[in-house]
Design a protein around this ligand. Sequence first.
Ligand code: SAH
Length: 356
Amino acid sequence: MICFLSMEVCGFTFEELGDWLEQAGEKRFRAAQIFDWIYRKGVLSFEGMENLSKELRKRLAESLRFPLLKLAAVQESDETSKFLWELSDGKRVESVLIRSFDRRTVCLSSQVGCPARCAFCASGREGLIRSLTAGEIVEQALHIDRFLKEKGERVCHLVYMGMGEPLENYDAVLKSIRILNDERTLHISQRRMTVSTVGIAPEIRRLAEERLFVNLVLSLHAPNQHFRKKIIPFARKYPLEEILSAMDFYAEKTRRDITYEYTLLSKINDQEEHAIELASLLRGKQCTVNLIPYNPVQGLRLERPDRANVCAFQKILESRGIRTTWRYTKGDDIAAACGQLALQKPSGLTNFGATS
Ligand code: SAH
C-alpha cells in the first residue's frame, strides 16, 4: 500500500504514478505518457499534455502539484550558472550547473539551510530550516535539463553538494536518485551521481545496503575528531572512527572508490602537521582526497590558502601514497557556489508553469 503523502508528480516513481492513476480509476499506461510530457518534452503544465483527455488533465491539475519551483534568479559565469529557486512556501534554495568540456553537472540542494553548520559554509549559518521533498529535488535537475535542451545539451552528472545534508533527508534523496536514474526521466547513470555527506555513520551503512552504485564523498576537513568538531559542530554526533569504518563498508559493498573532501582554511587546517596526520588517518584506504581551497563567504573571517600552501599540503599526502585532486579556481566553481546565492533577495520571479 503506497501512501501518497506529498502528491507531487515529480516525487512519484513511475510505478507510484501508475498506482495513483489506477486508484483514481484511470489507465496505468497514462503514467508513461505523463512522464514523457514532463521529462522528454519538457511540458510544465498538465493542460499542455495533449494526448490526455480534458477530464484527466483537469483531475491531474487539481490533485498533483506541479511545478514546485519558481526561478527567482540566475547568475551566469563561464563555467557555472547558479539557479535560485523559490519554493511554494516562499523558502529559497539554489542549484548550480557546472560546465566542464562536454560534461554538464548539476549540483543539487537537499535541504533549505543545513544542520551541519560547518564554520566555512554559508548554507548552514541559520541552521536547518526544512528538508526538501523528493519532487523539489527532482525538479531542480528537470528544470536545468530543460534549460540545457534549448542549447542541444543535457544533464549527465549529478552531485548532491548544494545546500543541506543529504543523509539527513535520506528518503527524499534516495527517491530522487531512483527517479532521476529511471530511463523514462533524465536517465542519469548512478555511477554519475555523487552524494556528499558530513558523515552520518548509520545512514552511510544504510546507503551501502541499497544496491545502488552512486559515489559517496565524505566532507572530512580535519585529520582527527577533536579538531573536526571545531570546524563542524555536527561532527560531535559520530566518532570519526565510526564514520570512516562506515565509509569502508560502503566501498566494500558497492565497489565504489571513496573520496574525502578537505576544505583548506589558511593557517587553520592547512599546516604540514595536518597533512601528515591526514595521511596516517587514511593510510591503506582505497580513496582520493579532494582538496578544496576555501572560497570566501561574506562575513566570515577565514582565509583561502595560497597556491604554494595547497601544493605543499598535496605533496605530503602524495608522498605518503594518498591520491589527491584539486583545482585552484577564481572562486566561481562548485564549492564557491554553496550557500552563497540563497542569501540574495529574489527579483523577477519566473513561473515555469506559465511557460509550457
Ligand atoms: N552537507 C554535505 C553537502 C553540502 S557541502 C557535506 O557536508 O558534504 C558540499 C561541499 O561543499 C563540502 O565538502 C564543503 O567542503 C564544500 N564547501 C562548502 N562551503 C565551502 C567554502 N566556502 N569553500 C570551500 N568549500 C566549501
